[in-house]
Each structure stands twice: as C-alpha cells, then as structure tokens.
Ligand binder design. Structure first.
Ligand code: NAD
Length: 359
C-alpha cells in the first residue's frame, strides 16, 4: 500500500506540546506496527501570523487538501486579529475547505478515572459547516453584522442537505453501537430552521428501522445528560448545540483533557481535540495530551477503514487501549486528573504501554 500523507499543524499555546506528545506515540506505533504513514509539518496560528500575516495561509489549506489526513492542534482563535488582518480561524477554514461536515465527539467514562458520570458511553455527532456559526455559514461575507453600533445581528443557516448528511453519519454510527439515536433540536421555538433539521433527520432515520429514535429538546438534553447520561448512545444535532453539549458531556466523564474528536467528510478527516489552546497552562508541561491522542486514534481508525489498512486499524485500537491503561493508574496521570505527570512523561508511559501491547 502506498504511504499516506499526514499534515501536522501544532497550533497555539499548549498545541505544540500536546502535538509533540501525540506524535511520540504515533512514531512508536509506526515503528512497532509498520504504519504506511509520512508526516509533513506546517505552521498556523500566532507563529504563522507573525511570519506571513495569516493565521492559516492558502498554502497550508492546499497542503491539507492534498494530504490523506490532518492532525490539528488547538488554536487561540479568540486572540487573533480581525479576519481582514489575517486572523482567520484555522479550524473553521479547514472544516469548510475540506468539507469536514461531521464532528464526531465521543464521551465515555474511563475505568478508574474520577468523574461525575461513571457509566457513560455516548457519541455526539455535530453538524460542522453551518448553523449558528455565522462566521462560516455564508458563501461570501459573514452572517454576523452590525447595522448600527448598538445592534448586532447573526444569521443562522440550516439546510436540508447538511441536515440529511449529518443524520446519515449519526445513523450509521448508531448502527455500529447500541442502535439508539437521539435527535436534538430547539424545534419548539426555532420552528422553521430546527423544524427543517428535525424533518430531514427523521426522514433519514426512518431508513434505519432497527434504530430506536427519539427527539429531545436541547435544554432538556442539557439536564438529561447530568441526570442520566448512561441513557444515551448517539446524539445528533446542529453545530452550536453539538459544541456546547459535547463540552458538557466531556466534563461529566473526566474533563476536557480527555475529549477527543474527529472532523470527517467523505474524502478528508482531521483529528482535533475538543478543547482550546489553554493559555493558562501553556509552556509548563502541564497539559493533558489525551484528547489529541484519542483524536489521532480516531483518525487512524477512519483511515484504516477508508484504505482497508489492518495496520492502521490495529494502531488505532492499540493507541486507544494503551492510553486507557495508563489512565487507569492514579499515579500515572496529568495534573488536571489529580496526578503529577507532565505532558511528556505521560506520553512516555503510553509509549511504553503501547510497546507491551504490540509485543
Ligand atoms: P480551553 O478549552 O482552552 O480551556 C478551558 C479550561 O480547560 C482551561 O482552564 C484549560 O487550562 C483547561 N484545559 C483545556 N485543555 C486542557 C488540557 N489538554 N489539559 C489540561 N487542561 C486543559 O478554553 P478557553 O480558555 O476558553 O479558550 C482558549 C483559546 O482556545 C481561545 O482563543 C478559544 O477561542 C480557543 N478555542 C479553540 C478551540 C479549538 O481550536 N477547537 C476550542 C475551544 C476554544
């Protein structure tokens, strides 16, 4: 099988630290299992703004388009200058340019890791290209504008096409899991836009008679997740609701440092932690790299299926398992989980466990 190209974009603040940690593990997996992968690196974020005046230059988007997969570190999007001064959000630019319309965000309780929810195992499937995110839901210009200094308006976009394709991803995911799908909307108030999402999602779900499908309003879902997170399997929803609910779900089962995610389309996929660039702990070897490590495992699983590579699928399973095994030991955790290991030391533990598992 020809080698696959992975583009690595370390991002800002803790981004380079956790990306280096994840890559240590990936390189070990490549050595142990013989993965058909080559890596290229490119600068984005503040480093790129300083050097080129753009947080994500066109050349990086082109490189991502021609890569087989992307590993994206978190970016300090809030700290960038305005868009017309180069401060484009790299994550949203890549999601749109590569048509990464599905953001898959699993949340599961991890054996031994203290968490509010101890029996939770769900996946939030979040629409990734439209909805309330007015900075990226227009063909040209932005859907957020100010007619006067004291009035700000934002346009929300929901289309039948995007609703159907995200619903299909969620249905397929639920079919591989416990066959339970929850459609989440605010269709009681946003009757046209969320009504459209719900209509299309229901129509796609009807093609899967084996699935148990329900509809939950987003505010109720915020409560249900606290009260009975174990009741849910796959949740599908629009962009911003998915973003917020997935942070809530991540916190319930151990925190943002564990929250991996995959942005996937029909032809491209990008590993990206759910959390941001954590400026408060940057440069201190304190960040938990697990979220990005789990995200990379998801990317390898996606690539393994797409390219029918048993080696990549095995690497995904082993990286995930090795990380869970290390997390199970309270003495080998990072500080956000009450441990004392630094980012690099934690990655070393996972690397060693991976070698044991692959032997
Ligand atoms: P954040 O997710 O960066 O941090 C929130 C809290 O969680 C902080 O206390 C941080 O220390 C902690 N945290 C996050 N990741 C951690 C990790 N791996 N290990 C240990 N602790 C971790 O959110 P924020 O502080 O609101 O945002 C910082 C910047 O990140 C902003 O510019 C924001 O726009 C951006 N952001 C980017 C993304 C993304 O790239 N997907 C997502 C959210 C926020």
């Amino acid at each position: 099988m020809p080698h696959l190209n992975i583009l690595v974009l370390p991002g800002d603040h803790i981004g380079p630290e956790i990306t280096a940690a994840a890559l240590e593990i990936v390189m070990e997996a490549r050595r142990l299992i013989g993965l058909p992968l080559e890596f290229r690196h490119a600068e984005i974020g503040h480093a790129s703004l300083q050097r080129t005046g753009h947080a994500i230059p066109d050349s990086v988007v082109d490189a991502a388009r021609s890569a087989d997969g992307v590993i994206l570190g978190p970016c300090d999007t809030y700290g960038y200058p305005p868009v017309d001064q180069g401060g484009v959000n790299p994550s949203s630019r890549l999601r749109l340019s590569l048509d990464l319309y599905a953001n898959i965000r699993p949340s599961r309780s991890i054996a031994g890791v203290p968490a509010l929810a101890t029996r939770m195992d769900l996946v939030i499937v979040r629409e990734n290209t439209e909805g309330f995110y007015a900075d990226r839901n227009m063909f040209a210009g932005a859907g957020e504008f100010m007619p006067t200094p004291d009035i700000a308006l934002a346009v929300r976009k929901v289309t039948a096409h995007a609703s159907r394709r995200i619903a299909r991803v969620a249905c397929e995911k639920a079919m591989q899991r416990r066959k339970k799908l929850s459609l989440v909307s605010k269709a009681n108030v946003l009757k046209l836009s969320d009504g459209l999402f719900l209509r299309e999602a229901k129509s796609v779900a009807a093609e899967y008679p084996e699935l148990a499908v329900d509809h939950v309003l987003v505010d109720a879902m915020a409560s249900h997740l606290i009260r009975s997170p174990q009741a849910f399997d796959v949740i599908v929803t629009t962009n911003m609701f998915g973003d917020i609910l997935s942070n809530e779900a991540a916190e319930l089962c151990g925190g943002l440092g564990l929250a991996g995610s995959l942005n996937a389309g029909d032809r491209h996929a990008m590993a990206q932690a759910t959390h941001g660039s954590a400026p408060d702990i940057a440069g201190q070897d304190r960040a938990n790299p697990c979220a990005l490590i789990f995200s990379v495992a998801m990317l390898f699983d996606w690539l393994g299926k797409r390219h029918r590579s048993d080696a990549l699928t095995r690497a995904a399973t082993l990286i995930d398992r090795a990380t869970l095994d290390v997390l199970a030991d309270p003495a080998r955790r990072t500080r956000d989980l009450g441990g004392s290991l630094g980012t690099h030391a934690f990655a070393n533990e996972v690397r060693e466990r991976l070698a044991d598992l692959a032997a």
